[in-house]
Design a protein around this ligand. Structure first.
Ligand code: G3D
Ligand code: MG
Length: 183
């Protein structure tokens, strides 16, 4: 992981800052993922609405992690904060199909709000260690990923065991450096 991040950093130092937004419903595993990646100190900001935002800076890559609460009245707020990310990392809990449906709606709303067509999208189908976890093929189906217009990758993960995190970084690296110009 460290070697890969060093490569990303080296690559990014030559260019502008990349802004990666990590989003997902509460409890999907974002904090665990960021903790496992050990990218640096995480700043947690809790808005008056109870909405959590974590900002994490690794050299000139900025990760912003959001908990999406599924609350429609927060959409304006999201639009304000989610301007022009370089890529979106979308973390879902693979164990609950009902929540995945909600996650799909949130993702679609989010992509509309960012106004960025075809932005690289990395979906992490997290909690694959649990027996009730849906297979990635089903996660892909529920999220309707095959209709996504830009480059995307769906990665099965178990954040608590760090499984799939290296692969996630690898695909993110490929998508943001090879397919996307810096913002
Ligand atoms: P969030 O930041 O998206 O809200 P968290 O999610 O990272 O806080 O994770 C929510 C809970 O899910 C945590 O449990 C965390 O340990 C657990 N979790 C995260 N990833 C995985 C995973 O891959 N597998 C399993 N089995 N659990 C996971 P607690 O008990 O601390 O609330
Ligand atoms: Mg949480």
């Amino acid at each position: 992981m460290g070697v890969l991040l060093t490569k990303i950093n080296r690559r990014c130092r030559r260019s502008k800052r990349y802004r990666i937004v990590i989003v997902g419903l509460e409890g999907a595993g974002k904090k665990t993922i960021l903790d496992k990646l050990q990218l640096g100190k995480v700043t947690v900001k809790t808005l008056s609405t109870g909405f959590h935002v974590r900002r994490l800076k690794y050299k000139n890559i900025v990760f912003t992690a959001w908990d999406l609460g599924g609350m429609l009245n927060l959409r304006f707020l999201r639009r304000e904060y989610l301007k022009k990310p370089t890529a979106i990392v979308y973390v879902v809990d693979s164990t609950d199909e009902g929540m995945l449906e909600l996650a799909k709606e949130e993702l679609q709303e989010l992509l509309r709000n960012t106004g960025v067509v075809g932005i690289p999208l990395l979906v992490m189908a997290n909690k694959q260690d649990l027996p009730e976890a849906l297979p990635v093929s089903r996660v892909s189906e529920v999220l309707n990923l095959t209709h996504y217009v830009g480059p995307w990758h769906l990665q099965p993960t178990c954040a608590t065991a760090s499984d799939g995190l290296y692969e996630s970084c690898h695909y993110l690296f490929l998508m943001i450096t090879l397919l996307q110009k810096p913002a």
